[in-house]
Design a protein around this ligand. Sequence first.
Ligand code: HPA
Length: 250
Amino acid sequence: MLAIIGGTGLSQIEGFKSAGFKRVATPFSEKRVAVELLQQGSQIIAFLPRHGKNHVIPPHKINYRANIWALHQIGITNIIAINAVGGIHPESGPGSFVLPDQIIDYTYSRAGTFFEESLEFVTHTDFTEPFSHELRTMLDNAFQLANQEAEGSKRLLDKGVYGVMQGPRLETAAEIRRLQQDGCDIVGMTGMPEAALARELKLNYAMLALSVNWAAGIGESEILMSEIEANVKVGMDFVLAVVKKLINQY
Ligand code: HPA
């Protein structure tokens, strides 16, 4: 079964029928994780808004382990992550989309592994390719189909390096120059440890990133929340169209 992890602007998926919630107990959280089941025709998908239903959990406070554990627990095998990001690459300006193929993790102090206690042996997980090639191809196809209906108005960068910052503050211009030198094309705050945890549990994971602003120092002015909010609103409507095409291929 497929799960969508929603990011900023995607705390709810419209146009699907809710088939109720699974409230999953995990060893990593006192509270159960509420995963919504959504139905379209005969298809059922799971939906988990990583910032909580009312968008109140900041990136560094998200319980990534509980979320990924809960999805695994209910039989999810494939995860599509939706992430709002800042654009660094010249073709990743606000309103455009990126299907990242690589990650650089700059976060710290986040619980980032399932393999740390009661171990029989130390486990190192291969993470050379952090995203599932198969899911990225499916996302690319779904994007093209949805874009035909949008008369080709949406732009997609079909690969890129996602730099994950700790947040919740945005970056300085110098930090973004450093990320640029490191080879980052987009910057966000939520891709890690989510992607690595999914890999530890052998779940396929891919990300569709929506650029909602130029990263600090790349655009002409400082970053305005009003700009981010406007781009999130328009972009997430298209994300929904892509998700629907993806489910039809599934
Ligand atoms: N930086 C980090 N995370 C983000 C940004 C940004 O500019 N925009 C949206 N998420």
